[in-house]
Design a protein around this ligand. Structure first.
Ligand SMILES: [Zn+2]
Length: 578
């Protein structure tokens, strides 16, 4: 490809709308352009990078025995009503009516459609296991689309769905997908971790997220620091659980409940300072609205409520912290003084509360707290469980090693769904003994366009993108520094054609631009290898080969350049992230 003919509108300035690195660089490098909120056009180089990821995904899915198909984008509401998700999915599902007034939606995911397809066409265990996938544009009406391809409304996704006759079969399929995902992200040249994850609105029994590690990641991961490689515990903060709290010492006697005046002290910091106690000796009573209904949540003073865990415990679609007025309306107590003793709304508690003795709680009236409160004697709770976020100092639930925290970007998610969808849609087939069984399903997603953005978040410097070789739109760029000089131009053409003949994807920068502009542009677009044909060639017939990531350069005779690069690229592709 010749740069002079390519639609590659690079920008000198950082676009004001871009808040994160990948968004800024994708815009500046001329890879994407915004059409409307959360919706982007992929320009030739952006699409080329996306196609690279797609190809790796396709090869590894096929290798794992999955089959590619393509399902419709427009889906009828009836199927979603059958699964119960028409109501449950919330406003991210873009719903509309067609000219015949039939309710429809734009597919954010395809469990319903694929389950319907399989129930109509697969009737015997002999056709199983069946693993089907597609690579397709999806639409989710995000409330606040941002960060370019990281959180758009329209995006390219690989979604796959598996059907097995029983749990054992489904577990084998899940494991195959887990391994395939490892190969996919390794082959993309990315540094990543597979972590235990929350199963979210899709539901299901267990799941893993594949996270590209990047300081700018939106997700926090808790990872076991334990040296022995046996553990390897890693979990999304939404799901991460510390080791279970130790049971209370039986000899700690329960002291009499005592009411104390705490004038104007509402916050944990103020109350504990005033009473001269540690936040670990206090239990906060937070009020949330779970799908609109108030619920009191008890956690230790130094802990924070993990809202996803709370949502799961309550089976709620949405939880949000109540404001002062909502707290007063629900409990009759001003915010800051609410406690579990005598409270009349639903109360749930973090499991830590069960092992605490003689703690401080809100007094249930303005300017008062209670000392020496104890669960079971002074108040009861409706439910108890793991509700808090793990923090530094928490221990690994598997090996009691120390947990550490790192940031990641979710690029893949695999779920074992079980029979949730096959039961809802009554999708069955006959097993070996002629009995009717619901399919045991799994689903497996990869954000393809998001993977490109995550790769950039992980791989960039002040000058621009540094593409991992396997997903770079071009592997080499040849810079002709003097397009008006015939000898230099013919030398650049020679390298360009030499590489093309060897099957290397190469861009020839033949533009009539100053060298400074060319160097800046090719650094920005992040092509892994650059060959510069300029003054050196005029002097002694050499060209310079420079590697984008580390800036290492080699000066070679023109005739050797193509062979040198082919060898380098072959070697690097064999161990993309080695
Ligand atoms: Zn561990």
């Amino acid at each position: 490809m010749r740069y002079s003919q390519l639609l590659l509108p690079t920008l000198k300035e950082n676009p004001a709308e871009a808040e994160v690195v990948s968004h800024r660089l994708l815009l500046r490098a001329g890879f994407i352009r915004k059409l409307t909120s959360g919706v982007y056009s992929y320009l030739p180089l952006g699409l080329a990078a996306i196609r690279k990821v797609e190809q790796i995904v396709r090869e590894e899915m096929n290798r794992a025995g999955a089959q590619e198909l393509l399902l419709p984008v427009v889906q009828p509401a009836d199927l979603w009503k059958e699964s119960g998700r028409w109501e449950k999915y919330g406003p991210e599902l873009l719903r509309f009516k067609d000219r015949h007034n039939r309710e429809s939606c734009l597919g954010p995911t395809h469990e319903e459609v694929i389950t319907d397809l399989v129930r109509m066409n697969v009737h015997s265990y002999r056709s199983l296991p069946l693993n089907l996938y597609q690579i397709q544009t999806k639409f989710r009406d995000e409330i606040r689309p941002r960060f370019g391809l990281m959180r758009g409304r329209e995006f390219i996704m690989k979604d796959g769905y598996s059907f097995d006759i029983d749990e054992d079969g489904a577990n084998v399929t899940y494991r195959k997908m887990y391994d395939a995902y490892h190969r996919i992200f390794s082959r993309c040249g990315l540094s990543f971790r597979a972590v235990e994850a929350d199963t979210g609105t899709i539901g299901g029994s267990f799941s893993h997220e594949f996270m590209v590690l990047a300081e700018t990641g939106e997700d926090t991961l808790a990872i076991c620091k334990s040296d022995d490689d046996k553990c390897g515990y890693a979990a999304n903060l939404e799901k991460a659980a510390g080791a279970a709290p130790r049971p209370a010492e039986p000899e700690v006697e329960m002291l009499p409940l005592e009411k104390v005046e705490t004038p104007g002290k509402r916050k944990v910091v103020a109350v504990t300072a005033f009473l001269d106690i540690s936040p670990k000796q206090l239990v906060k009573t937070m009020v949330y609205l779970a799908d609109g209904k108030p619920v009191a949540v008890l956690v230790r003073g130094d802990h924070e409520v993990q809202e996803v865990k709370l949502k799961n415990m309550l089976g709620a679609v949405e939880v949000e912290l109540a404001d002062d007025k909502q707290i007063f309306d629900a409990t009759g107590v001003p915010s800051g003084y609410l406690g579990p003793v005598g409270i009349r709304i639903l109360v749930v508690a973090d499991r830590e509360i069960a092992v605490m003795r003689n703690f401080v709680v809100g007094g249930g009236e303005k300017n008062y707290h209670l000392l020496n409160a104890n669960l079971g004697r002074d108040f009861e709770v409706d439910r108890i469980g793991d509700l808090r976020e793990v923090t530094a100092g928490d221990r690994c639930p598997h090996c009691s090693g120390e947990l550490e925290f790192t940031k990641g970007i979710e690029v893949g998610h695999i779920f074992k769904l079980g029979t949730a969808y096959s039961e809802a849609l009554n999708a069955t087939c006959l097993d070996g003994k002629g009995r009717e069984k619901h399919f045991v399903m799994g689903c497996y997603g990869i954000g393809v366009s998001r993977t490109v953005a995550a790769a950039i978040e992980q791989n960039h410097d002040k000058d621009g993108i540094i593409f991992p070789l396997p997903i770079a739109p071009f592997k080499v760029v040849v810079l002709n520094l003097s397009p008006d000089d015939n000898e230099i131009t013919s030398a650049a053409e020679q390298v360009y054609h030499g590489l093309r003949e060897q099957g290397i994807e190469v861009l020839l920068d033949d533009r009539d631009e100053r060298p400074g502009i060319k160097f800046k542009d090719v650094d920005l677009i992040g092509i892994p290898y650059r060959v510069t044909v300029g003054k050196g060639f005029a002097k002694d017939g050499t060209v310079e080969v420079r590697e984008r990531r580390h800036g290492l350069t080699e000066t070679l005779p023109l005739a050797d350049a193509a062979a040198f690069l082919v060898e380098r690229i072959d070697r690097a592709m064999a161990t993309p992230n080695g």
